[in-house]
Design a protein around this ligand. Structure first.
Ligand SMILES: CC(C)(COP(=O)(O)OP(=O)(O)OC[C@H]1O[C@@H](n2cnc3c(N)ncnc32)[C@H](O)[C@@H]1OP(=O)(O)O)[C@@H](O)C(=O)NCCC(=O)NCCS
Length: 126
């Protein structure tokens, strides 16, 4: 679904023919100026070089993302790399980053998965 239904708002990075990075997302139907980032992943060997940040940058610059004012995603408390990625992106664009409890470990995940927090960054002025 991420690569077919939402292909316009997904992006991949390749190195020597191998996929080393992937970002997917979609415009939230009831709030189309918000891009929800669904998945961000960079291959082990390509991490720590700013690739995820560059993929987010490239995704936001596509025609499909024209008019996007906010990016939202969900992140667990312990995902330091992902948190650093979005915090750095917000800082670079000089926009706010807000965080709210979203999916609760007990209420939504039956204690099988850590709580997910909604991260919201923006407004972007494109
Ligand atoms: C999150 C992820 C995509 C980051 O990819 P990346 O290309 O290595 O990220 P970047 O190089 O753009 O780094 C962005 C910032 O995060 C920081 N960072 C990267 N890995 C980190 C880690 N393990 N702990 C703390 N900070 C980290 C970087 O230092 C950088 O900040 P800085 O430039 O101010 O130092 C990658 O770690 C990953 O694929 N993780 C597994 C999948 C995942 O958790 N996805 C997110 C949830 S859907």
């Amino acid at each position: 679904m991420q690569c077919s239904h939402f292909a316009d708002t997904a992006i991949i990075a390749k190195c020597d023919g191998k996929t080393v990075g992937f970002v997917s997302g979609y415009r939230i139907p009831s709030r189309p100026d918000v891009l929800f980032v669904w998945q961000v992943v960079v291959a082990d060997e390509a991490r720590g070089q700013g690739l995820a940040g560059r993929l987010l940058e490239a995704q936001l610059a596509t025609e499909a993302c024209r008019g996007i004012r906010y990016i939202e995603t969900t992140i667990t408390k312990d995902n330091a790399a992902s948190r650093a990625l979005f915090a750095k992106f917000a800082k670079k664009h000089r926009v706010n980053m807000e965080e709210y409890p979203h999916f609760d470990r007990h209420t939504h995940f039956n204690d099988q998965h850590d709580s997910e927090y909604l991260i919201r960054i923006g407004p972007f002025s494109q």
